[in-house]
Write a protein that binds this ligand. Sequence first.
Ligand code: COA
Length: 429
Amino acid sequence: MTEVSLRRFSAGCNPDGSADAQTLAWLQSKALGFLADPPSPEHAARTVESFRQDARVLTAIHDHSAHPPGWGPDRPVATYATLRKSLNVGAGRTVPAQLVADVTVLPTHRGQGLLRRMVLEDLRQAAADGVPVAALYAADAGLYGRYGFGPATRTLQVEVDVRRVTFTSPPTGTVAVADPDVLCELVPLVYDEFHRATIGSVQRLWSHAPKVCGLWAEDAPDRDPAVRGAVHFGENGDPDGYVTFKFLGWQQRPLKIEIVDIVALSTDAHLGLWGFLTSHTQADLIRHGHLAPDDPLPWALTDRRAVRVVGEQDGLWLRVLDPEVCLRERLQDVTGDPITLRVRDELEFCDGAYRIVPGGDGVQVTRVDPDGPVDATLDVSALASAFLGGYPAATLERAGRIQCTSPAVAARLGLLFGSIRAPYNDTHF
Ligand SMILES: CC(C)(COP(=O)(O)OP(=O)(O)OC[C@H]1O[C@@H](n2cnc3c(N)ncnc32)[C@H](O)[C@@H]1OP(=O)(O)O)[C@@H](O)C(=O)NCCC(=O)NCCS
């Protein structure tokens, strides 16, 4: 019989800057959980610095019955981490989000409810602190629905055939090659502006800039010399986008360039950077793992089949914790008749009915009697999927994930949650 305890703590370091014992043990356990190499002392120290910059809270579960020659009770058998950043919910509005990362349970302790224990404890804490939504990336689509998470954004993996690319009209602005070390300074500035303008986007972590420039990251301890960079300048001469990318080598055929990160503040900048990438005629294909589903690129080419979709991923998963705050911020500008949603939540954070009343001064969202009349009933995970407009409410309704009193209500929900631009997040954590 295992005897376990759960602890939450902040990453710490010794006076010489090295990771302290509990943080190092946590990092070692996490590395094993993801079948990654154990961290070197230097990498652990930088990781602590990065965790502290983002105020990441670490959760560890220890098994007190563990004994030598196996790992002792000082090494966690499960890891979990959270940090708080903002989520763009449309029209430039953001809400605080609890980002969940580093979820592992050692193979010796799986299937004993440790993940459930960590998730529940964390969601309760976030809700108690007034954080209205949690977010994560799911390694497996079957894992997190039971806790009320639902996929909220989508991305496409594409391969662009360099030789088939001709733009219908040449992209404007100019592009200059930039060293990754120099570009690293610009990356957070451009991303912050992109985040403010992009529905579905999550504010970036401290380590993203060095990561996308190939310099360092928690999951990439060594500099990657293959990463190259370029910056786009708009008509006024200001930088308004960047790309980092790497050539995957002469051995692989077809020859490929992979985009590490591409962020642009305008369509001109976006297409200009794609124009720069596809000017690499030494390569056959440009590969991108995170194209927005409504990216204009195919439509800006004379041959839209130059962009071949080779995969699709559900991106960001959300878990609504406070529907009043989430719905109010998301639906601030909607008009039309009031509508009442019955949200079912087994974990009880959101269980109830919510009346949404559009008005001149913004929308009012209030809790009403759950046994009273409602227009639609949905599970909290379906609310997460519909929330940003990433998955049409009508599709969820047809799948039985939303029950509406009439087809008109389903259509109205689609309009309420629909978004002109597909929600998009390229901040991975
Ligand atoms: C995923 C992982 C954390 C699950 O840990 P765990 O302690 O075994 O999970 P729990 O015992 O709390 O199980 C929770 C539920 O998830 C289910 N589950 C576990 N792994 C699953 C998977 N990969 N896919 C779908 N469901 C899964 C369990 O069957 C259980 O279902 P139940 O509530 O109906 O009984 C663990 O398998 C792991 O560390 N995997 C490798 C690292 C990883 O992929 N982490 C996730 C990153 S997002």
